[in-house]
Design a protein around this ligand. Structure first.
Ligand SMILES: [Zn+2]
Length: 87
């Protein structure tokens, strides 16, 4: 689970911005985001990333949700599009 790879913020960090490092599970690229410590606590408790981090870009939220970066999503969708040309 990508969620388990991100450490808890230090106690008492409040709403301070802190960097987190998230590694794509497919291409192993490491991404760095800045999030509020209080939001990270919600995420670690199970909140979905879109709700916990509304200020992150959609591709950053996807990476936190599914462990895949934008590039790897594009590869996934490109492969499936071949089968869906019957509209
Ligand atoms: Zn990737």
């Amino acid at each position: 689970m990508i969620r388990d790879t991100i450490p808890e913020p230090p106690a008492g960090a409040g709403t301070a911005l802190m960097p987190i490092f998230v590694r794509c599970e497919r291409c192993r690229t490491e991404y760095k985001f800045e999030v509020k410590a209080s939001d990270l606590v919600q995420y670690k408790k199970g909140a979905n990333p879109q709700a916990a981090f509304p200020y992150l870009k959609p591709e950053q939220q996807l990476l936190l949700a599914d462990g895949l970066c934008q590039g790897c999503w594009d590869v996934n969708e490109g492969a499936e599009d071949d089968e869906e040309y019957d509209r």
